[in-house]
Design a protein around this ligand. Sequence first.
Ligand code: BES
Ligand code: MN
Ligand code: ZN
Length: 503
Amino acid sequence: MSTAPEYQSPTVTVATSLPKRGVGSAVLILPVVTGDDDTARVVSTPFLDATAVGEIEAALAALGAKGGSDQVTRVIAPSLPVASVLAVGLGAARDEWSADAVRRASGVAARTLSGTESVITALSELNTETAVEGLILGAYRFSDFRSEKTAPKEPALAKITALATAKDAKANAVRGTDIATAIATARDFVNTPPSHLFPAEFAERARALGKSVGLEVEVLDEKALEKAGYGGIVGVGKGSSRPPRLVRLTYKGAKRGEGKKVALVGKGITFDTGGISIKPALNMHQMTSDMGGAAAVIATVVLAAKQQVPVDVIATVPMAENMPSSTAQRPGDVLTQYGGITVEVLNTDAEGRLILADGIARACEDGPDYLIETSTLTGAQTVALGARTPGVMGSDEFRDRVAGLSQQVGENGWAMPLPEELKDDLKSTVADLANVSGSRFAGMLVAGVYLREFVAEGVQWAHIDVAGPAYNTGGPWGYTGKGGTGVPTRTMFAAIEDVAKNG
Ligand code: BES
Ligand code: MN
Ligand code: ZN
């Protein structure tokens, strides 16, 4: 079993023309659209001559291919030096393609070609970055826990040749590879079962990954957490024999005296049973994904370092296992969050906000300009927005900015409000706050309102609830397979880059 902290992406090379030799077993991925006569037309390409295009279009017509989006058709092209051609549909013809349309078509192609070791893609002429990214993500697989009995017999995708003529194609290919590698690394963390990924182990893997790109790393163990007053992390973690951690990863990208500081905070519950307020057995195993926010945050700060974005990024990642036991916290217990606010724990299953409040309070001590926190926080997120749409809350301006960027990068976060009146629902009879409201209304927003209490004055913040989007329990689609998705890594990275550019 591999414990390498970073996902091993295929090698990516850029070529300005179709290689003439040595690609006999490779498959060529070619974008097609629906033509006027309802048959598939090859998207105009500098890489094929008219003979090859005619040959491919004739074969596609014979097979009834229409070039609809996500439609894939495999044909042979005897005049080309490749094993076969995979035509991937983009739908109706147009002049420009959205970044995500290319990413998605690439993902569908990669999933179709599962077991193929080497691909050459012409999608990269439309968008090199997202073509490469979609291929890597669509080809992603996780088989660390399969013995020879069920391990994949077919090779993994090892080599991508991206056909592209633009001057900056090489840089964009590297960028796409780095982004996809970060997302795949987050997926690996999520897909690693709770038997093997518990707080101390998660912290060590985060440390190794951070060190590998030169980040400053600090890890607080249970004694240090207790001593420093992290009552939320300690309270949630105390039901488990596997004690909690707080990991801090610092990337210093800002030039001396210039540049902004961005804080990231991610929920790292390595398994959420609910604690004494225990969850029903049905689907409880899906709570292996309850560290999806932490995984994305760790992946994002590492990505920012790799891409050398000129801002400071400090990730604060609380990690705990939420278990019922004789040492677990009880409903009705009172704990003191980092910074001094007291909380009555009415429901031990609302544990995410308890560890996040500590994390947010600590992150604010660094004096960040912006704070992005993300978590698989509430089942109510999926009720409100479904499995693929993250809920974005926070301070008005920054929330809208982050939601807009999330749309641009194809993760599709949606802005949601934090109504003032919901704070009354969090009144406690014994402490400053209760960790849940007495009503079932607006569960996603109530959690956001709770977190707001811990954000320091003047810090622009965004809270991204990815309870559904971090973990795909349905069938595969686009570049997303079953299991961990890596969401919202791209959103956070886009926000960091946007802050670097626009302040
Ligand atoms: N980790 C869960 C939220 C969750 C639910 C994530 C489904 C992914 C899929 C969280 O800790 C939780 O249990 N939240 C409670 C909050 C409630 C007690 C106020 C919930 O959503 O039921
Ligand atoms: Mn819970
Ligand atoms: Zn949880």
